[in-house]
Design a protein around this ligand. Structure first.
Ligand SMILES: [Zn+2]
Length: 360
């Protein structure tokens, strides 16, 4: 018994080390994100892609069943008078296993939370986000919506095209490997997704992505590219939106481009949305999207879900919490693109280089 408790304590210590040990950012970037994690993505995504159901669901069911069976059998074997003590020991062992779960999470994906976010990688300058630049960007978004609406409705998503638009973006942002992209799955938690307004999720324990099955076809490409960013080792929600949107907007496919603009439109300033006229077919899409969202939406579940996720993000060092979702618009406007529609990289300025101010 004492030995078992010592093992539980050891597991908790391991979890603390995995979550808190200071590791230099350069090591995370080269040895983990572009090393161990990249190798796992390449090896495991093709495996789970081939399974027709969500492997993450199966894993969760097995773990929960094992937990229940273990507790029930252990308590049944214990004489009634000693059950209290046995339950406390079971609780300690369960905490030990949960701690091992944290270690596994960090190794399989969580260490990516320590990577530099997109803003530190691209040539973003807040001074470029002027009313004029925002107006031009808004015009571009509305032009895509109005120009592509007919063609977007006439086709179905070609994931290979989305991948072609996506991979150069994550390469530009620091992935020195071709990320294996996932086939989106529907989860058994779908009713919960719809009630809580969850669009999708990357499952680090199964290297797969789940998408809300109620999404309209025009909503899927950007939502999927967002989840692919997580699969490619970008944990920040704002980064995933930025990567997903850039990937869609640079595509030559109308449905993919439309989807990128569709998800961006709501974040444009209200004054721009009033100024720029939308095609009635685009307006109908927004109405359909809102109806879809509200069909099973439960405001209370939504509030609890986002509160929990906000805490989770903050505990993982994402300073803005869920508010980091909105920063991507500023990133889009304040970062110049090259001819391929890829963000210009930040040039490191060293003292004495051309960028540094010369002494006067
Ligand atoms: Zn996300």
């Amino acid at each position: 018994m004492t030995r078992a408790l010592a093992l539980d304590a050891f597991a908790v210590i391991l979890a603390c080390i995995a979550a808190l040990a200071p590791i230099p950012r350069g090591t995370i970037e080269s040895a983990y994100a572009n090393g161990v994690f990249a190798a796992m993505n390449r090896a495991l995504v093709p495996v789970t892609d081939r399974v027709p159901f969500a492997v993450g669901d199966a894993e969760a069911i097995v773990v929960l069943l094992a937990l229940v069976v273990w507790w029930v059998r252990a308590l049944r074997r214990t004489p009634r008078r000693a059950r209290r003590r046995a339950a406390l020991a079971l609780l300690a062992h369960t905490a030990g296993f949960a701690a091992l779960g944290i270690v596994l999470f960090e190794l399989l994906w969580g260490l990516n939370y320590r990577r530099a976010t997109a803003v530190a990688r691209v040539d973003y300058r807040a001074s470029r986000v002027t009313p004029d630049a925002v107006a031009r960007f808004s015009e571009r978004i509305v032009a895509i919506l109005n120009g592509d609406v007919a063609a977007a409705h006439a086709e179905t998503l070609d994931r290979a095209k989305l991948r072609d638009a996506f991979e150069p973006v994550v390469a530009r942002l620091g992935d020195r490997w071709d990320a294996a992209v996932t086939v989106p799955k529907t989860t058994l938690l779908e009713p919960y997704y719809e009630a809580a307004g969850i669009g999708g999720q990357y499952s680090p324990f199964s290297f797969e992505t789940m998408l809300n099955a109620s999404f309209l076809p025009v909503e899927v490409p950007r939502a999927l590219a967002h989840e692919w960013s997580h699969a490619a080792g970008f944990t920040d929600e704002g980064d995933a939106n930025y990567i997903g949107t850039l990937a869609c907007l640079r595509s030559d496919d109308p449905l993919i481009r439309y989807s990128g603009a569709f998800w961006t439109y709501g974040d444009l300033p209200a004054a721009q949305r009033r100024r720029l006229k939308l095609d009635p077919r685009v307006v109908a899409d927004f109405r359909a999207s809102r109806e879809r969202f509200l069909r099973h939406y439960q405001p209370r579940i939504f509030a609890v879900q986002w509160n929990v996720y906000d805490r989770f993000l903050r505990s993982n060092g994402v300073r803005g919490g869920v508010a980091s979702y909105g920063f991507f618009l500023q990133l889009l406007v304040g970062t110049p693109l090259d001819a391929q529609g890829l963000p210009m990289r930040r040039v490191r300025r060293t003292p004495g280089s051309a960028g540094a101010r010369s002494p006067t």
